[in-house]
Write a protein that binds this ligand. Structure first.
Ligand code: SF4
Length: 465
């Protein structure tokens, strides 16, 4: 989501006439889109701003922070950054800078700041901190308030073949370990007409992989109470467009919540070739009591019914997940239940995270009582479990001809890399950079737990997942 937000932030900054520099120390404007999911990311923000503030003694430097910021950090950031605002307010950055007494490069030329069409230059939620002489956004009372304006900003896509389309922002689920509902606000769905237009434009330009984004992507439309189409209906419209476009592209989505998942979603995906046969379904825990404590609002049985539906409608689909280990009070038996689910589902990828309390989230009030060494052991065990299955799955692909989207050069010199429709990482020996951004067929020669390697074959074959 931050990557996607960053593409819109980039547009606004470039609209102010700023140019990008590779040398951080030479910049006149430096900003961070923060992520509060883990403390480590926030620690990085503090170390960065300390460095930047030291540079201010000799540089004319302005700093800002936006993104997912917890209330406790927000208070501290106010003292460290020049500007702090919800990302949905980025279009007000030119005004904030002017108010600060700085003339942006673009203003030097045109004496006029660039704002999205139809946006007034007012800044109702921003005030001047008279004591410090700074323009600040003191509170994120409703971080979702200007999200529709934010979505109208044309993104500066950072890839010529892969793109993200935000379709929904915020969350109403309130999982006890998560701070998103407090940092991003309540669920707001983007208009389906806008989403489809953005998709059509991307496909027209030749994009081959598009990911629909949202904190709770499959609750799309529900906040509009019948005045917007639902998530499966949106997928259907995308599928129909794919059928009629005559172009080949893959559409993914992340992250869905099991509670809002229905067979209809998988049925639609099975119907249309452009809807990628890859499902990310967060598990978080394989134990009912832990799920309850996490306020996930579903049981393991509910979750496994969804897995059964995926296997029924989409037998070739790859399945990814997220799991937390060491959540408050998680005992060995409860952890073992998570491992058992991994054994049954045989995920193609699992993002396993060690639980850390997020200030502001409900669980932060509870004792973080699982020792770190135990959490690390559990993380290791789940990663071992994952590898067993990914290795086996990937090995079964050896000898097969597989369609992949080539996305760039590989770290291994002389190789290009990309991924299959099921998002299995793939690489093959080639230095032909003209293949980047197109589909290629490879014959798989070897496999590791996290990737496959093959040889480029000239004759296109039917894609496999
Ligand atoms: S569903 Fe839960 S984990 Fe996901 S964003 Fe909402 S509160 Fe956070």
């Amino acid at each position: 989501m931050n990557k996607s937000d960053g593409e819109r932030v980039q547009t606004v900054i470039e609209g102010m006439g700023y140019r990008w520099t590779d040398k951080e120390e030479e910049a006149g404007l430096l900003g961070i889109l923060a992520c509060s999911v883990r403390q480590k990311s926030i620690d990085k923000v503090y170390s960065r701003i300390r460095k930047w503030n030291a540079w201010k003694k000799s540089n004319n430097l302005l700093t800002f922070v936006s993104g997912c910021i917890l209330p406790a950090d927000r208070t501290k950031f106010l003292k460290l950054f020049d500007f702090i605002f919800p990302v949905s307010e980025i279009f007000q950055l030119p005004d904030m800078i002017s108010q600060y007494g700085i003339v942006t490069p673009h203003q030097q030329i045109t004496a006029k700041a660039t704002l999205p069409v139809g946006k007034s230059a007012g800044f109702s939620d921003i005030h001047l901190d008279a004591k410090r002489g700074k323009v600040v956004q003191p509170l994120f009372v409703k971080p979702e308030e200007h999200i529709h304006d934010f979505w109208t900003i044309r993104p500066s896509y950072n890839s010529s073949c892969e793109a993200y389309i935000p379709i929904q922002n915020g969350c109403d689920k309130f999982c006890t370990y998560c701070a998103v509902p407090y940092t991003r606000g309540r669920e707001v769905s983007r208009s389906s007409a806008e989403i489809l237009n953005e998709l059509k434009e991307l496909v027209k330009k030749g994009y081959k992989s598009v990911t629909l984004l949202g904190q709770n992507v499959n609750s799309y439309g529900l906040d509009k109470h019948g005045h917007e189409i639902t998530f499966p209906q949106l997928l259907k419209e995308i599928g129909e467009f794919g059928q009629n476009s005559g172009k080949r592209f893959w559409v993914y989505f992340t992250s869905p919540h099991p509670c809002d998942m229905s067979d209809e979603v998988f049925d639609v995906i099975a119907t249309y070739p452009c809807l990628a046969k890859q499902i990310h379904l967060p598990l978080q825990s394989g134990d009912d009591d832990v799920l309850k404590k996490m306020n996930r609002k579903h049981t393991v049985e509910d979750y496994m019914k969804i897995i059964a539906s995926i296997r029924k409608f989409l037998p070739d689909a790859t399945i990814f997940t997220d799991i937390i280990v060491g959540f408050t009070g998680e005992n060995e038996e409860q952890f073992e239940h998570s491992r058992q689910i991994m054994e049954i589902v045989k995920y193609n990828m699992a993002y396993v995270a060690i639980y850390s309390p997020r200030p502001g989230a409900v669980s932060a009030k509870w004792e973080d009582d699982v020792p770190m060494d135990v959490k690390k052991q559990r993380l290791h065990k789940l990663n071992e479990e994952l590898i067993k299955h990914t290795k086996e799955y990937n090995r079964r692909l050896i000898g097969r001809k597989i369609s992949i989207l080539v996305t760039g050069t590989d770290r291994k010199g002389g190789f290009l890399s990309g991924y299959t429709e099921g998002r299995i990482v793939a690489r093959f020996a080639s230095t032909d950079r003209s293949l980047i951004g197109s589909y290629a067929e490879i014959e798989v020669a070897s496999a590791s737990p996290y990737a496959i390697e093959g040889e480029l074959v000239l004759k296109p074959e039917f894609p496999v997942r």
